[in-house]
Ligand binder design. Structure first.
Ligand SMILES: CC(C)(COP(=O)(O)OP(=O)(O)OC[C@H]1O[C@@H](n2cnc3c(N)ncnc32)[C@H](O[C@H]2O[C@H](COP(=O)(O)OP(=O)(O)OP(=O)(O)O)[C@@H](O)[C@H]2O)[C@@H]1O)[C@@H](O)C(=O)NCCC(=O)NCCS
Ligand SMILES: Nc1ncnc2[nH]cnc12
Length: 280
């Protein structure tokens, strides 16, 4: 399925930014075959999530993304953003019956919404949104007490990788340096196929990201398997190769067989879709 996203106007209200962030979560979902992840076609390597649940979750988050954009416009500090983020997590868990569908996305997209609000409120700010997150809230994110019991924090310690918080502190380098260029290169390779360009960005992310979900489910071996598979896909031409869809499906099946799911990649893909019309 090829979902066309209606981009928001360059200067836009908090409400339409919230709608845009939520639409990007749905576009990420409506992308097949993403290795191991849930899509409109199947549940990937997940037993407690499906497309309907992820749509509900995305819809439940829209007002919170708007609220975060409005808070950013008021130059809110991290404590204020965190309070909104925590209420958003609770709304997500209510909408999904307790399943963690979008916790990482609330954090990453939420910070980008706040940064967009802040940037629009001050015409002299020319930083990219990721740089603005790092500049305005990065130090506070780095200093905030980590939830030592979360899957992400446990594997980040064990395997000495950064995870979601480090990504934010650094200004989302994986979204800017990996996902956005791959998305735009994918658009040139397949101008009429928006779903294919999302697969190109997804594979580029899996190939390079230290995804704490892959580490949680598959350890270092699982992460290496995933990175090698995605690297092979890209080296064979990515979505420009004539048989790309069959090869992506085979990788998806191999992830499902190993119970691997790159949840961090899913979030960063949605973030790249969000940034695409907002950053030159
Ligand atoms: C900072 C928080 C995001 C908490 O992060 P923490 O590191 O403590 O860990 P997790 O709770 O594990 O969440 C991190 C999620 O971030 C995504 N992610 C993974 N790797 C990366 C990466 N390298 N870069 C960026 N993002 C990454 C990923 O999210 C997706 O996976 C979620 C499903 O995870 P899980 O339930 O573990 O999945 P399963 O494998 O299915 O588990 P099992 O059932 O098998 O056990 C899903 O939500 C995706 O979104 C990581 O999971 C943040 O939550 C926080 O501090 N919040 C407080 C509020 C706040 O400060 N907000 C600021 C303003 S909005
Ligand atoms: N498509 C997806 N599949 C599994 N986990 C996710 N978290 C965010 N999007 C996801």
């Amino acid at each position: 399925m090829s979902l066309t996203l209606a981009h928001p106007a360059f200067k836009t209200s908090s409400e339409s930014l919230g709608a845009w962030a939520s639409a990007c979560l749905v576009a990420e979902l409506e992308t097949y075959p993403k290795p191991g992840l849930v899509s409109h076609r199947d549940q990937g390597a997940h037993h407690d999530m499906n497309a309907a649940l992820l749509r509900l979750s995305a819809r439940s988050l829209e007002p919170f993304f708007s609220h975060l954009a409005a808070a950013g416009a008021e130059d809110a500090d991290l404590d204020q953003l965190r309070r909104i983020g925590i209420v958003a997590e609770q709304a997500m868990l209510r909408a999904t019956g307790g399943v963690n569908t979008h916790r990482g996305a609330i954090f990453g997209l939420g910070l980008l919404c706040a940064a967009m609000g802040l940037r629009q409120a001050h015409s002299n700010i020319t930083l990219r949104l990721g740089e603005l997150v790092a500049f305005r809230w990065g130090m506070a994110i780095a200093d905030a007490p980590a939830n030592m019991a979360s899957n992400g924090a446990i594997v980040a310690r064990r395997f000495r990788v950064g995870g979601a918080r480090a990504e934010a502190v650094a200004g989302f380098p994986s979204a800017y340096a990996i996902a956005l260029p791959a998305l735009r290169a994918g658009r040139r390779m397949a101008p009429e196929n928006a779903e294919a360009e999302r697969i190109q960005a997804c594979m580029a992310l899996i190939a390079q990201l230290d995804d704490t979900n892959l580490l949680h489910r598959g350890g270092a071996t699982g992460l290496a398997f995933a990175q090698d598979a995605a690297t092979g896909f890209l080296a064979a031409g990515g979505i420009a190769a004539p048989d790309w869809h069959r090869r992506a499906e085979a990788i998806h099946a191999a992830f499902v067989a190993r119970n691997l799911s790159p949840g961090g990649t899913a979030d960063l893909l949605a973030m790249a879709l969000f940034l695409d019309p907002l950053e030159a």
